[in-house]
Design a protein around this ligand. Structure first.
Ligand SMILES: Cc1cc2nc3c(=O)[nH]c(=O)nc-3n(C[C@H](O)[C@H](O)[C@H](O)COP(=O)(O)O)c2cc1C
Length: 198
C-alpha cells in the first residue's frame, strides 16, 4: 500500500491548492493508498535555526514543535504532496518553513557524497508539487518547481510531478476548471498503484 503524505501550504483551508490536493488525495485513497494530510497553517513551528545539530550530534531535527510529527511522517512516505499558492513569486512562508527543516534529512557529509547517497531517507520517493497562481501568464513563476525539484532530489525524491493552475485567484475558483481537478485525480490514481511509473 502506498503511503501518501500531503502538506497544505496555503492559509486558506478551502483554497485552490488545497482543492487540487484534495482531488489527488481522495482518488489516491480510493485506489488503495494510505493518505495523511497536514495543514501547515494550523501548526506552530519555527524555521531551521541553522544550529547544525542534525549534522553533529543528532540524526533528526532537534527542534520539538508542530513540525516534528510531520517530519517523521515524511520519512516513512512513498509520495510527498506539497500544495501551495504563489505568494510574491515563491511558495508560502508556511511551506518554506517546512522545506528548510528538511535540511535534517541530509547526512552530515552530504556535500561530499554522490547525489544519490546524500539523504538519510530511503531513495525512490515521489514528490508532487501543486501550485496555484493568480497571474494568468504561464511564463511567470516557472522557476519554483525546478528549484525545489533539484534540491529535494538530494533528499531522496528522485521522481517528481507538477500540477499547476494559472489565472485562479479567488478561493475555490479552481472548481470552475474541471480539467485541473481531473488531472489531479488521475495523478492520485496513478501514484496509488503499487508499481507506479516514474
Ligand atoms: C500575499 C499574496 C501574495 C500573492 N502573490 C502572488 C504572486 O506573486 N503571483 C501570483 O500569480 N499570484 C499571487 N497571489 C495570488 C494567489 O497565488 C492566488 O490567489 C492563488 O489561487 C491562491 O491559492 P490558494 O487558494 O490555494 O490559497 C498572491 C496572493 C496573496 C494573498
Amino acid at each position: 500500500m502506498k503511503n501518501v503524505v500531503c502538506l497544505l501550504g496555503s492559509p486558506r483551508p478551502k483554497g485552490n491548492s488545497a482543492m487540487m490536493a484534495q482531488a489527488l488525495c481522495q482518488s489516491a485513497a480510493v485506489a488503495g493508498a494510505q493518505v495523511t494530510t497536514f495543514a501547515l497553517n494550523s501548526l506552530t513551528y519555527r524555521g531551521c535555526q541553522g544550529c547544525l545539530a542534525c549534522k553533529k550530534e543528532a540524526e533528526a531535527c532537534v527542534l520539538n514543535d508542530g513540525l516534528t510529527p510531520m517530519l517523521e511522517a515524511v520519512r516513512a512516505c512513498d509520495v510527498l504532496v506539497l500544495a501551495t499558492p504563489v505568494y510574491f513569486g515563491e511558495v508560502t512562508s508556511q511551506l518554506k518553513g517546512f522545506i528548510d527543516r528538511t535540511f535534517a534529512y541530509l547526512k552530515p557529509n552530504y556535500p561530499r557524497l554522490p547525489r544519490g547517497e546524500r539523504s538519510r531517507l530511503a531513495p525512490g520517493k515521489t514528490l508532487v508539487f501543486i501550485i496555484a497562481q493568480g497571474h494568468p501568464r504561464e511564463d511567470l513563476f516557472t522557476d519554483i518547481f525546478p528549484r525545489y525539484q533539484y534540491l529535494l532530489n538530494w533528499q531522496g525524491f528522485t521522481k517528481s510531478h507538477l500540477l499547476r493552475a494559472c489565472a485562479i485567484y479567488d478561493q475555490g475558483a479552481v472548481a470552475a476548471r474541471p480539467e485541473l481537478l481531473a488531472a489531479a485525480q488521475a495523478l492520485g490514481r496513478e501514484l496509488a498503484q503499487p508499481t507506479a511509473p516514474d
